[in-house]
Design a protein around this ligand. Sequence first.
Ligand SMILES: Nc1ncnc2c1ncn2[C@@H]1O[C@H](COP(=O)(O)OP(=O)(O)OP(=O)(O)O)[C@@H](O)[C@H]1O
Length: 202
Amino acid sequence: MRLIAENLGGERGGEAVFSGINFALEKGQALIVTGPNGAGKSTLLRVVAGLLPVAAGRVHIEGGGEDFPSVASACHYLGHQNAMKTALTVTENLRFWRDFSGADFLRAEEALETVGLGDIGHLPFGYLSTGQRRRAAIAKLLVSRRPLWLLDEPTAGLDKASEERFAVLMRKHLEGGGIVVAATHLPLGIEGAKELRMGEAV
Ligand SMILES: Nc1ncnc2c1ncn2[C@@H]1O[C@H](COP(=O)(O)OP(=O)(O)OP(=O)(O)O)[C@@H](O)[C@H]1O
């Protein structure tokens, strides 16, 4: 399976934010997207995920077969907002995402154990600290099996131990043939990742 962007352009509010983006990622490869605030990293991830329209060029999956014919069907998108309902418990939120995304992987309880939140699944998501919310959102990546992880500043708000735990999860995902595209200002602990630096030319 490959993720390919060809001459990709994106815009916000009718203004071009980036253009001419090209990359091709094979199974097991990661792309780290860097650049200053406002460079268009989040916009790029949202365009790739299909949450914003493509303004120019195209982005597609090759060799995804029947299970993953499109980027949208192949990806987990982890945005700045954690996409969890504050009034539902952490476990209820993860069960929702497991049902919604299909391709069951870990159970909600197992995913929470994996991110070190095994004892707070019963709490409403709204009670969690910033870092705990991020860890619960990371657990969302583990409740259904999707090969492409699109991650927007995934480690923002995480303590050192959680950062390291997340690096292990990403490495496992890559070793299992997954693909990662991550926008970040911080090192993510993945060796051999490609880098795309944005904000230098539009
Ligand atoms: N809804 C919107 N309408 C108009 N312009 C927008 C909208 N959302 C974002 N922008 C603009 O698009 C540009 C790119 O923003 P984006 O969030 O993609 O940058 P970023 O590289 O992810 O920044 P950061 O490092 O601060 O997260 C910015 O100039 C921003 O002001």
